[in-house]
Design a binder for this molecule. Structure first.
Ligand SMILES: [Zn+2]
Length: 349
């Protein structure tokens, strides 16, 4: 008899100690199964009572029932304590609406987009209409109609990406190398006077370095009317340079060659960051001039091919790289930074 009641006391003591360290519902339930469940420790003692002497059975039964009630009461108390603790911790984590909000990072326009918009704003004020054209272009528009026939060495200046598909079995498709195809497309569907600015992405199949990318943005300019001369070209670009880089800017035209203009020129703007002779100038590197674009008078053959009378109509065209202008304006030394997607770079502008 003594040994059984001792066993009950031992179960009760160990069980109460174990219950005190049960910290959540799962461990409390495991405790209940182990102590009070159908195969539990105390249940086992109660089952064994039937085999005892009548007098002993009574004493052990009373003791076992007392222990069972104590443990069941302790179980309920522990469940309640754990529930309250969980509630208190949830309240501590609850949203405090009086705290100041976390700042949300506000996005901004990509630097190339900012500069493209500024370029176009100026040309729009000068009376140019902004139009866009396809990036996947026909060979005919990208090269042929611009006086760059197949096997012409000038094609080397614009190596590009070609598609396998052909249209009408003869004309290959390519990613346009410049926005100049829109000169042809627009002239074919419009009559002079024409004043358009054509922004858009262009593609070149070439190795990339600090000044060359395989994808670039251009803005193309085309003006066709009676009596248009080089003076109009220079005046337009001079006004553009002054609105972009500040009053007093000068424009220099230097002889160059593009198959679709005659004469063709390279256009440079004088340095806005130094007097023009500072060898330490990071913008012009001491040359005093910043190469901005190619330009020229539209070739008479192109005017004639558009169905206009080349004796009556003349025009000028110009094409600039937006990234090139952006590099000069923003002081960027590597063109690849624009599309490297590094927010530390982009957030500066
Ligand atoms: Zn300079």
């Amino acid at each position: 008899m003594t040994s059984t009641t001792d066993r009950i006391a031992e179960i009760e003591r160990d069980a109460l100690a174990a219950l005190a360290s049960a910290e959540d519902d799962a461990s409390i339930e495991a405790w209940r199964t182990r102590v009070l469940g159908r195969s539990g420790e105390l249940t086992g003692v109660l089952r064994g009572i039937g085999g005892l002497e009548a007098e002993e059975r009574k004493a052990v039964g009373a003791e076992a029932n007392r222990a069972k009630q104590v443990l069941e009461a302790a179980l309920e108390a522990r469940r309640e304590a754990v529930r309250r603790a969980a509630l208190a911790s949830a309240e501590a984590d609850a949203l405090d609406v009086t705290l100041p909000g976390r700042p949300v990072g506000i996005g901004r326009l990509h630097p190339v987009t900012q500069v493209r918009r500024k370029i176009l704003d100026v040309f729009e004020r000068l009376g140019f209409q902004v139009i866009e054209g396809p990036e996947v272009e026909l060979d005919e528009y990208n090269f042929g109609a611009l006086r760059i026939p197949e096997h012409h060495p000038a094609r080397d200046m614009w190596d590009t990406f070609w598609f396998d598909e052909e249209v009408d079995g003869k004309t290959p498709l390519l990613l346009r190398t410049h926005t100049s195809p829109m000169q042809i497309r627009h002239m074919q569907s419009h009559e002079p006077p024409i004043r358009v600015a054509v922004p858009g992405k262009c593609y070149r199949y070439e190795a990339t370095d600090a000044t060359h990318e395989w994808m670039l943005e251009q803005v193309e300019l085309l003006a066709i009317d009676e009596g248009i001369s080089m003076a109009n070209l220079k005046g337009t670009l001079e006004e553009w340079a002054r609105q972009m880089f500040g009053p007093g800017r000068k424009v220099m035209l230097r002889n160059s060659y593009f198959p679709f203009v005659e004469p063709g020129v390279e256009v440079a703007v004088d340095c806005f960051a130094c007097p023009g002779d500072d060898p330490a100038c990071s913008v012009c590197r001491g040359s005093g001039w910043l190469e901005m674009m190619g330009a020229g008078m539209v070739h008479p053959e192109i005017i004639e091919a558009a169905g206009y009378d080349p004796e009556r109509y003349t025009g000028f065209a110009a094409g600039m790289g937006v990234e090139r202008v952006a590099m000069v304006m923003l002081g960027v030394s590597d063109i690849r930074d624009f599309h490297a997607n590094d927010p530390r770079f982009l957030a500066q502008f």
